[in-house]
Structures are given as structure tokens and as C-alpha cells.
Design a protein around this ligand. Structure first.
Ligand code: UDP
Length: 502
């Protein structure tokens, strides 16, 4: 479809959970169309992407089909510590600073698009920008191209997030649960599902003054791409389409090829986070998993940037130990603590790691694990997850049920949907401020890992959903999965818009 001379520019927000699906989108569009793709971001994020993208090429001398462009950005100019260009491990106050700083990419991005237009004799076919980069609609208008927003989240979570920011303030004086504009009365939300800054937001605070204008601008783009699958999120997509009143293409799951097609030689991002923890190599984790029976291991991770509180860490560790279940835990110290510092006993039971390693009961991976490889291993039976959308799709695509512990962003809405709409998850607790006790941790782990009763139902539903997810991106025997069809429809729309302009 289309000619190889077309060019699409992509602008992900600076967070792993956004960059990973953007890269998958770039690869998929290039594969289906042969178009040139440019991903632009801050220098450090581009540097990190370089080694990943280089591995896409068949020989060291051949050029990658994805161009990476570093836009000028200096974190220190924005009051951030030097070299902090992504949300990973940033405290909340600095995350919002980074959000505001990201809007300064507008001017260099405009120059990039103009340079491409000068060089190629016309502007790129489209700018695909993060929903948080609403300013890209201005860039597209000025440079004479089309802007499409991409939500890296699912449809239900995205719709809830957008509606939450657009319908401020959320002050709950009379009751703690409420109906959200755009959502049916049957989907009531609870105040505890709102992050504390959203609970306090009134349109004038630092969070509102970033999210409200950027989301409103994104609502003026030509349409939205969403990392959703038509068959698994019928309600979410219906709500999102009615809410944004724009074309919405459900093109998910945007996952690394290795998880959708295990025979694929293409590498993925998670296995390439070298330098984080030598003990976390995919080989070591897979060897460890090989020692355990099918479906017997619990995987625990809170995504690329979140941590839980010291007391929550402590109770989680104790509950895990008491449950007797084997586990891999991506362990990250609570904010303010070091992984190996002298105050470790304040957030992890004395001797816990040593006991787990010795008995082969638990593998504690420091900071970063090869998640995709772990979730696709047959020994992995369930996932304690913060319900970030990439983690959710990675887990469900492999038929692995979830124990939810949403922490930030739209994760609480994902968790709600996974329980109420899909029946593939049970929520253990929510947020970093909640009180959690080891007995509850043990009870929920046992409930889900036991394949009789509720755990069995969740597993069955996860396997069914996993099949629907994989089918959406499969093409065989003349049949094209719904997400591939949506991707082709999206590209056809862009090409016909270009013809109309010509
Ligand atoms: N991830 C990983 N290893 C880790 C933690 C995270 O590979 O130890 C990857 C994970 O596979 C997913 C992404 O980082 O692709 C996290 O994205 P998600 O949307 O789940 O959460 P976020 O990090 O945005 O909160």
C-alpha cells in the first residue's frame, strides 16, 4: 500500500510506556507501507532508542528504516536535574515539571517539519503525536500537514482520563462515588480512583494547566489512534468515540513482535535495557522460570517509573513469603531509599532476599526485568501489576490474569475495566497511600494462583482475551485482523487527504 517516498513524523511523550508503543507503531507502519518514519524526541531518549532501532536492520551496513532525530532539550534549563529527560524514577513534582518542559519541543519540532518539507519538496504525510503533545496540532497547521493524536493507553482508560481532566473540579463533599461525563450511569467511579493531584485539581494548578490545554488541543487533531483492540474493548471504544467526536482507529496491541510471534527474530525493548542489573538478563530469568512448573510463578512489577511505599513493600514481601508461591519481583526501592542502603530493613524484611534466593522460591530482579520474556514463559501464572496499559496488554496477550495495584495516570480506570468488563483481574489495593496487610496479600495471591474457583475463571477469560488480542493483528488465509484493517484504513485516509490537498 502506498509508495516508499511518503514520510510520517512521530512524537512520543518522554516516558518508556509511551516510547515503547510508538516504536512498535513506527515498525508496523513501515512494515505495511514502506513509508519513511522519523521519531523525534529529546537527545537522551533518542540515544536510548538508537541501539534498539539498529537491531531492526538485517546487516550492520544497512540503514534502519526508522530515522531518529534528537530535538534540542536541556533538562537543567527547566529546573530539572541534568540528564533527566524521561519520567522514569522522577519524583512527582519533577514529573509535572517535565510535562511542562515537554511543550518547549514545539519550536524545534516546527523547524524539523519545515526542514523535511524543504528537503522533500512537501511536508510529511502526517505528524502522529502523543495525546499529551496537543501543540502538534499547531505545528501541523503552520507546516501544512495533518496531525493525528495517538493514545498509548486503552480506550476505556483514555476516555476516563480525558473526561476527568475536562470536567474539573472533582470535589466530593456529599458522596465518594460519582458518574463521569461520557460514561454510562452503571460505571460509577470512586474518589479513591483519582490520583491525589486530580482530586485537588481546579483548572489553575500545575497539573491542570498542563493537561487541560494539551488534551483540548489534541481534541482538535484530525483523529485519534488508540492502542486498543475492537473486540476486547467494545464499551471503551464506544465511549471514547462518542466523547472525542473524531475518527478513532483501534490499532492495538502495539507490542514487540517477539511477544505476538515468538519465532520472530526481531528484538524487543525490554530485553535491551542493558546496564540495569546484570542479574536480570533474559537468559537468567528464563532459566529460573524453567525450574518451575507451568503456571506456578507470580510476576510482580509496577512498570517503568512507579514505586510503592516502604510499609507496602514490607507487607507485600511478607504476604508473598507466607503464600508459599514462587515469584519474580522487579524490586525498586521506595522513594528516598537506596536499593542496598543501610535502611533496607525499613522496607524489606530482614534476610528476605537471601532466603528467597537460597530456597529458589523467589527471584528479585533489581530495577528492570525482561518483562515480555517473563510474561510469555509458560511457568508464569499471574501478574501483580500497576495496570499500566503496556503491561496489561503484554500480560493478557499471553493469557496471564492480573492482580491489580493501580498507582497513577489512568491505571485505576484500566483496573476497573479489567475487573468489571473483562473479568481478568482482581484489585489488591490502589495507590501508594493505602494500608495493605500481609494477610490480604496472601489471600488474594492464593485466590488467583489457585486454578479452581475465581482463579480458574480469571485464567479462562484471560486466555480467551489473549486469543482475541493476537487475532486482531493476524493476517492469514485472506483474513485480516481488526487492528490491521484499522491501520490500513488509517493509512488510506491519510493518502486520500493528501490527494484532496494536491
Ligand atoms: N518494563 C520492562 N521491565 C520492567 C518494567 C517495565 O520491560 O522491569 C516495560 C514493560 O514491559 C512495558 C513498559 O516497560 O512495556 C511499561 O509500560 P506500562 O504502560 O505498563 O507502564 P508505565 O511504565 O508507563 O507506568
Amino acid at each position: 500500500m502506498g509508495g516508499s517516498q511518503e514520510h510520517i513524523v512521530m512524537l512520543p511523550f518522554m516516558a518508556q510506556g509511551h516510547i515503547i508503543p510508538f516504536l512498535a507503531l513506527a515498525r508496523q507502519i513501515h512494515q505495511r507501507t514502506g513509508f519513511n518514519i522519523t521519531i523525534a524526541n529529546t537527545p537522551l531518549n533518542i540515544q536510548k532508542l538508537q541501539s534498539t532501532v539498529a537491531k531492526d536492520t538485517s546487516s550492520p551496513s544497512s540503514q534502519s528504516p526508522i530515522n531518529l532525530v534528537a530535538l534540542p532539550f536541556n533538562s537543567a534549563d527547566h529546573g530539572l536535574p541534568p540528564g533527566r529527560e524521561s519520567t522514569e524514577s522522577l519524583p512527582l513534582q519533577q514529573i509535572i515539571t517535565l510535562f511542562h518542559a515537554s511543550a518547549t519541543l514545539e519550536a524545534p519540532c516546527r523547524r524539523l517539519i519545515s526542514d523535511i518539507a524543504d528537503k522533500e519538496g512537501r511536508p510529511p504525510l502526517c505528524i502522529i503525536s502523543d495525546v499529551f503533545f496537543g501543540w502538534a496540532t499547531n505545528v501541523a497547521k503552520i507546516t501544512g500537514t495533518v496531525n493525528v493524536s495517538f493514545s498509548t493507553g486503552g480506550a476505556y482508560g483514555t476516555a476516563a482520563y480525558v473526561s476527568m481532566w475536562q470536567n474539573l473540579p472533582h470535589r466530593f463533599t456529599e458522596c465518594d462515588d460519582f458518574c463521569l461525563p461520557g460514561f454510562p450511569d452503571s460505571c460509577r467511579f470512586h474518589i479513591s480512583q483519582l490520583h491525589r493531584f486530580l482530586r485537588a485539581a481546579d483548572g489553575t494548578d500545575a497539573w491542570s494547566t498542563f493537561f487541560q490545554p494539551q488534551i483540548s488541543l489534541s481534541l482538535r487533531s484530525y483523529g485519534w489512534l488508540c492502542n486498543a483492540v475492537e473486540e476486547i474493548e467494545p464499551l471503551g471504544l464506544d465511549i471514547l468515540r462518542k466523547y472525542v467526536k473524531l475518527p478513532v482507529w483501534a490499532i492495538g496491541p502495539l507490542l514487540p513482535p517477539s511477544i505476538l510471534n515468538p519465532s520472530s527474530s526481531s528484538s524487543n525493548v525490554s530485553s535491551q535495557r542493558a546496564g540495569r542489573d546484570p542479574g536480570s538478563s533474559p537468559e537468567k530469568c528464563l532459566e529460573w522460570l524453567d525450574l518451575h512448573p507451568q503456571g506456578s510463578v507470580l510476576y510482580i512489577s509496577f512498570g517503568s517509573q512507579n514505586t510503592i511505599s516502604p510499609s507496602q513493600m514490607m507487607e507485600l514481601a511478607k504476604g508473598l513469603e507466607d503464600s508459599g508461591v514462587a515469584f519474580i519481583w522487579v524490586i525498586r526501592p521506595p522513594i528516598g531509599f537506596d536499593l542496598k542502603g543501610e535502611f533496607r530493613a525499613e522496607w524489606l524484611p530482614e534476610g528476605f532476599e537471601e532466603r528467597m534466593v537460597e530456597s529458589k522460591r523467589g527471584l528479585l530482579v533489581h530495577n528492570w526485568a525482561p518483562q515480555v520474556e517473563i510474561l510469555s514463559h509458560k511457568s508464569t501464572g499471574a501478574f501483580i501489576s500497576h495496570c499500566g496499559w503496556n503491561s496489561t496488554m503484554e500480560s493478557l496477550s499471553q493469557g496471564v490474569p492480573i492482580i491489580g495495584w493501580p498507582l497513577a495516570a489512568e491505571q485505576a480506570y484500566n483496573s476497573k475495566m479489567l475487573m468489571e468488563e473483562m473479568g481478568v483481574s482482581i484489585e489488591l489495593t490502589r495507590g501508594v497511600e493505602s494500608t495493605i496487610v500481609k494477610e490480604e496479600v496472601k489471600r488474594v495471591i492464593e485466590l488467583v494462583m489457585n486454578r479452581k474457583g475465581k482463579g480458574g475463571e480469571m485464567k479462562k477469560k484471560s486466555v480467551e482475551i489473549g486469543e482475541l488480542i493476537r487475532a486482531a493483528v493476524r493476517e492469514e488465509g485472506g483474513h485480516k485482523g481488526s487492528s490491521l484493517q484499522a491501520m490500513d484504513d488509517f493509512i488510506s485516509t491519510l493518502l486520500s487527504l493528501q490527494q484532496t490537498k494536491a
